[in-house]
Design a protein around this ligand. Structure first.
Ligand code: ATP
Ligand code: MG
Length: 264
């Protein structure tokens, strides 16, 4: 009985289609300006890849900030629950999940059964998120993968003192004008994200194993710096961006199982 999870984020939309625990398809596309269009497109692509039609899906759960934009979904679940569920499925010993996406970041603590016991979330400002990295990459005229590479080359980091993305951007522009080495500026930007994440982690109380999800987990420099600051190993799954959609699909399978149980 195929089911699906869809995560409509501020920057990317993912669909995971599962059948009896097996992934039939996994789609990641940019959300763009219209989250409903992105949701429909990602679902269509997922269905095509799986050789299914929408009618074949027995249960669909939507998550992410745009979860209201998926009219075909049967239910909506928070990202906290979905990222927790997906991460615990991928690595059963996981007790903490750090999700850094485009517009918010979260630290989630799970119990030994994978249930969410606590979390903290930064959704008020772009600093400490993927959007912050994108604004800085633009100001430095380098792409995101180049940022990760440069940060790992630097021995020292400049201090970015501004707490706000807009001010931090002008600070970075001044640092370029002062002739500070590019890699040291980039390392400073990475350090700034990591500092905010560690502050959140301290509030929730991190426990090992730690898994990082969301697109920023694809930035190797952020992961490396985070591990060093936390003094803990941080695992990154094969596809960190689709963990929320995977969690939603797993919850859809569970919901379907419950429904079938009731009908028996
Ligand atoms: N290949 C990559 N290398 C480095 N960073 C990446 C890569 N792909 C995505 N990112 C980072 O991931 C961020 C987007 O993350 P993600 O797709 O998880 O966001 P989202 O789920 O749409 O946002 P939110 O959950 O906040 O609504 C980008 O801002 C970028 O910094
Ligand atoms: Mg997200």
């Amino acid at each position: 009985m195929p089911v699906a999870g869809i995560d409509i984020g501020s920057l990317s939309t993912e669909v995971v289609i599962l059948d009896k625990g097996k992934v039939l398809s996994e789609i990641i596309i940019p959300t763009g300006a219209n989250s409903k269009t992105a949701a429909e497109k990602a679902m269509q692509m997922g269905l095509e890849k799986s050789g299914l039609s929408l009618d074949n899906l027995q249960h669909i759960i939507a998550t992410g900030y745009g979860r209201v934009s998926a009219p075909f979904a049967h239910d909506k679940v928070t990202e906290i629950t979905c990222h927790g569920r997906g991460a615990f499925y991928l690595e059963p010993g996981v007790r903490s999940v750090i999700d850094i996406g485009g517009q918010d970041s979260k630290v989630i603590r799970l119990n030994s059964h994978g249930k969410v016991v606590d979390f903290v979330m930064n959704e008020k400002c772009a600093a400490g998120t993927g959007r912050f990295l994108e604004v800085m990459a633009h100001a430095l005229e380098v792409d995101l993968s180049e940022m990760s590479r440069l940060a790992q080359l630097a021995k020292n980091a400049v201090t970015i003192s501004s707490m706000c993305t807009v001010f931090a951007e002008s600070e970075v522009v001044s640092l370029i004008a002062e002739g500070r080495p590019l890699e040291e500026i980039v390392k400073g930007i990475v350090a700034s994200i990591v500092e905010r994440t560690v502050a959140m982690a301290n509030r929730v109380g991190l426990e090992e194993k730690v898994m990082m999800t969301g697109g920023v987990a694809k930035n190797a420099a952020v992961v490396k710096e985070l591990q060093e600051s936390l003094g803990m190993k941080v695992t990154v799954p094969r596809e960190p961006q689709s963990v929320g959609a995977l969690g939603a699909a797993l919850l859809a399978e569970e919901a379907l199982g419950n429904k079938e149980g009731q009908n028996r």
